[in-house]
Design a protein around this ligand. Structure first.
Ligand code: HEM
Length: 405
């Protein structure tokens, strides 16, 4: 018996040793997430071009399967029913991106606004009909773009595999492709999402975070969807690409909290830069940050409308990437570096420095791009799988803006 026991101990020791060596050589396994990547190319900046970078940065993930619907998602779900679906989506996004690189940030934001409101079910794409109003009409959604990109990819897929690939899956896969093209990390995704029959305008109006939210409001609204403070900081790294209209932060430049003065937190040099791009106008005296109730904003529709602010055709814009500051490798980390210098564009952005818990992650991501990329993948995969509909719970629309009759 003793001999058997000793053998067991030896076996376990060998197994643990072998596992440690494997992990050291090939990557980590954290909370069910298996990562493997080429660290050196990122650390020593030896990446020659973006496509090279993307292929070396490929990460493979297994997401948490606790949620029953999430567990029904599968890798290569369309392997038999539409084997070229991913390829068709990839090619289409590549082509459109060449002419319109702005589709990358626009798709990422579209995904966030879809998934955050009742899950990744493409409800944000539905038009109003006689039975319901459209989520697209909710004030925070009025500045969404790239809906046409999803519609055009859907038409192409309908020609190849009619009625097979859901709009919700097209949105998550197109966003994944566009993100990689814009210098973000690349990841694998499970598919099999279904499209919703309903749209949630009131919930979108109430629950999409305002650019004037306080930290506790932001954290509460992400926490209510199962995202930790760290994951919230990670996801906001998406604000390192794309644009924001002056309307969403102009009060910080001219009339912060009704003081007739700028936000004292704003970096003085950056304040001047922003003022040049967003000159004073009457609309600059927009509302002040939401009162800090410690909860996600729960304002009436009209309050929320004025609190969020709306961009107009001739509103100025700020390039959130600051001309791709630092190159594609700095996707994410430039955002955090700017926050450390009090150069967050929106009030909500700079709020990430308002508590030690979130500021710790801002500092970590500003100095370790690889850590950010790893966490961003996990957070994007989690966001892309949030409250999905699967099986009989939804449908596969043939036109993304209309419920199937
Ligand atoms: C507190 C949470 C957030 C707030 C208040 C917020 C608010 C905003 C606002 C007001 C804009 C400017 C829109 C415009 O001017 O047209 C914007 C842009 C953007 N947001 Fe967020 N956002 C939040 C979180 C997120 C998250 C979690 C993601 C993605 C994971 C995201 C991705 C983006 C992207 C990529 C853009 C640029 C869009 C473009 O260029 O078309 N945001 N956000």
């Amino acid at each position: 018996m003793k001999f058997v026991g000793a053998n067991k101990i030896t076996f376990v020791t060998c197994f643990v040793l072998a596992l440690s060596i494997y992990v050291a050589l090939h990557g980590f396994n954290l909370h069910g997430v298996i990562l493997s990547f080429t660290q050196d190319s990122l650390r020593n900046g030896s990446v020659s071009d973006q496509s090279d970078f993307v292929s070396k940065d490929q990460l493979y993930l297994a997401i948490d399967d606790d949620d029953e619907d999430v567990s029904r998602l599968r890798y290569d779900y369309y392997g038999v029913s539409c084997p070229f679906a991913e390829k068709i989506i990839g090619n289409a996004v590549n082509e459109i991106y060449k002419a319109r690189p702005g589709i990358a940030p626009s798709l990422i934001r579209l995904l966030f606004h879809d998934c955050f409101i009742e899950g990744c079910d493409a409800s944000v794409l539905l038009d109003a009909d006689e039975s319901q109003s459209s989520e697209k009409e909710a004030p925070p959604n009025l500045s969404l773009k790239a809906l046409d990109v999803i519609a055009s990819i859907k038409s192409e897929l309908e020609r190849t595999c009619p009625g097979v690939v859901s709009c919700a899956d097209i949105l998550v896969m197109s966003t994944r492709e566009a993100l990689a093209l814009a210098g973000g990390p690349s990841y694998t995704l499970k598919t099999g999402r279904k499209d919703s029959l309903f749209t949630f305008k009131d919930i979108a109006e109430r629950e999409l975070p305002s650019p004037r939210s306080t930290l506790s409001q932001i954290l509460a609204s992400f926490a209510s969807r199962g995202f930790s403070a760290q994951e919230t900081v990670t996801l906001l790294g998406a604000h390192s690409i794309g644009i924001t209209h002056c309307t969403f932060f102009k009060d910080r430049l001219y009339n912060f909290s009704g003081t007739d003065n700028p936000d004292p937190e704003l970096n003085p040099g950056f304040l001047q830069e922003l003022k040049t791009k967003c000159p004073f106008s009457a609309s600059a005296s927009s509302p002040s940050p939401c009162p800090d109730t410690g909860f996600a904003p729960s304002l009436s529709a009209s309050d929320y409308h004025s609190n969020y602010g709306l961009s107009s055709e001739n509103d100025g814009v700020i390039d959130l990437s600051f001309n791709n500051e630092g190159g594609p490798l700095n996707f994410g980390s430039r955002y955090y570096r700017r926050l450390l210098q009090n150069k967050g564009v929106m009030y909500a952005d700079q709020q990430l420095m308002a508590s030690e818990e979130t500021a710790t992650w801002v500092r970590a991501y500003s100095s370790d791009p690889l850590l950010f990329r790893r966490d961003f993948i996990k957070a994007m995969v989690k966001l892309s799988s949030y409250h999905v509909l699967t099986g009989p719970l939804g449908q596969v629309r043939t036109n993304c803006s209309k419920v199937l009759a």
